[in-house]
Ligand binder design. Structure first.
Ligand code: SAH
Ligand code: SF4
Ligand code: F3S
Length: 443
């Protein structure tokens, strides 16, 4: 019988992409997927280190995996437990100490060595392996070909970050910026399109700092890459995420005017509306520059709408600073957003800054901010009622005969629809709206 694997993914879209590529590798080795952890011969956690809570979750999941491993052992079944991702990069010793039963651990830039790790383990069972030290370019060189999972695919074009925002672990866990060559990205896009993808979302921790080499060795920007991919046969929708506001150039703005496939929705994290806090965060933009970028984008494409990330309670944030964040939200009227309480990450500069904000204040501010953000999100969704959107159906709904998909604005929409509409783009009239989703009828 084929061995079964189970992967649980934490964190950002880059981790979702990485998990998919590890799944492809495992399937090439003869493993088959299972959603049921207790029947998995290989359990893999792809982890996130961005906030304390995210990192801690892994250890409770590992504890549970160990119990399952013991239960399976009583039935004579072997279980391999592996950990991948950003927690491994940051806390490999902690994992070895707190979860000594983990069979192998792979950093985010070394998971192409998964087959090698598995071979070693099966030769020498019981041995614990850790592998974190490798540059990003090697990772992409050694991965097997990617293929589509459905109508929407992520495609990593850039990895790592050189920005060093003072609160953030990403430059440490994912390393320095690296851009994949244009030809490699285009080839992967073609494979995704040939295997059923209609929508490609170009990924990078800092995607608009992309500067990969083209076929003639010339350095190219993200705008060039978007134009190249937009013209590929079969591509219906194009997105990119996540962008750094200071690196949005006029070329990229022009793409939003010129490229039909580029969706009218952009995630452009601002973090705070206060110049003082943006400076302390080491962001290379102030409030005015950010709003200027938004205005230019909006001019290039009227239908464009925005989402963002926010941090409340950064060290030194006063009520007046926080008010600035609220007023920025009122200016941009984001249609979606992620907001977080500042989390102190060991080793980052902000962790030892004076003026750490009390947990109670953080929580109050988060509640206020989220209420405002939800109001705008709800309003946008309610205003969608009666409109007709092209929806890409991505999965089956909870009820029979129902599919769930996304509008161009990334709104979740469910509608009565035939299974043969799965992974297709269909015109849908919106009939209802809540804060988090839309309902509609297929036309
Ligand atoms: N590269 C992206 C995303 C980075 S992580 C960017 O620059 O926007 C995703 C989000 O997590 C960040 O945008 C930020 O809002 C949040 N985040 C990162 N570090 C954090 C910390 N220490 N505490 C709270 N939120 C954090
Ligand atoms: Fe982290 Fe800042 Fe880099 Fe984003 S830009 S990954 S928040 S350091
Ligand atoms: Fe988390 Fe690593 Fe992504 S820390 S947010 S999984 S880059």
């Amino acid at each position: 019988m084929a061995k079964k694997y189970f992967i649980k993914t934490f964190g950002c879209q880059m981790n979702v992409y990485d998990s998919h590529r590890m799944a492809v590798m495992l399937e090439n080795l003869g493993f088959v997927p299972t959603e049921n952890q207790t029947e998995a011969d290989l359990v893999l956690f792809n982890t996130c280190h961005i906030r304390e809570k995210a990192a801690e979750k892994v250890f409770s999941d590992l504890g549970r995996a160990y119990l399952i491993k013991q239960e399976r052992a009583e039935k004579g079944l072997d279980t391999i437990i592996g950990v991948a991702g950003c927690v491994v990069q940051a806390e490999d010793e902690e994992i070895a100490k707190r979860a000594p039963y983990v069979d192998f651990a792979l950093g985010p830039l070394t998971y192409h060595r998964l087959p090698e790790m598995l071979a070693k383990i099966s030769r020498k069972h019981g041995m614990t392996l850790i592998d974190t030290d490798f540059p990003a370019e090697a990772k992409f060189d050694f991965l097997p070909e990617n293929r589509a999972e459905g109508g929407c695919s992520f495609l990593a074009v850039q990895e790592g970050c050189n920005n060093f925002c003072t609160y953030c672990v990403v430059p440490y866990t994912r390393g320095a910026e690296y851009s994949r060559p244009v030809a490699e990205v285009v080839a992967e896009a073609k494979r995704l399109l040939a295997t059923g993808t209609l929508e490609i979302n170009l990924l990078g921790q800092n995607v608009n700092s992309y500067h990969g080499e083209d076929e003639s060795g010339r350095e190219r920007n993200l705008a060039y890459l978007l134009r190249r991919i937009a013209e590929l046969d079969g591509l219906k929708r194009l997105r990119y995420t996540t962008s750094y506001p200071a690196d949005v150039d006029d070329d990229l703005i022009a793409c939003h005017r010129d490229l039909q496939a580029l969706m009218p929705y952009l995630h452009l994290p601002v973090q705070s509306g206060s110049d003082k806090i943006l400076k302390a965060m080491n962001r290379r933009h102030d409030r005015k520059q950010y709003l200027n970028v938004i205005e230019k984008l909006q001019k290039a494409n009227e239908s464009l709408r925005f989402s963002s990330d926010f941090i409340v309670g950064f060290p030194g944030e006063t009520d007046a600073d926080f008010e600035q964040t609220l007023s920025l939200v009122n200016e941009v009227k984001y249609i979606q957003a992620f907001s977080f309480k500042y989390s102190r990450r060991p080793g980052t500069p902000a962790a030892v800054m004076p003026g750490q904000v009390e947990e109670k204040v953080k929580k109050e501010r988060l509640d206020v901010l989220q209420k405002l953000l939800f109001d705008y999100q709800t309003k946008f969704n309610e205003d969608s009622v009666g409109k007709v959107f092209a929806v890409l159906f991505e999965q089956k709904g909870r009820h029979k005969g129902q599919l769930i998909g996304r509008t161009p604005y990334m709104q979740n929409l469910h509608a009565k629809a035939d299974d043969n509409m799965l992974n297709k783009i269909v015109e849908v009239r919106v009939t209802g709206a809540t804060t988090n989703s839309l309902s509609g009828e297929v036309l």
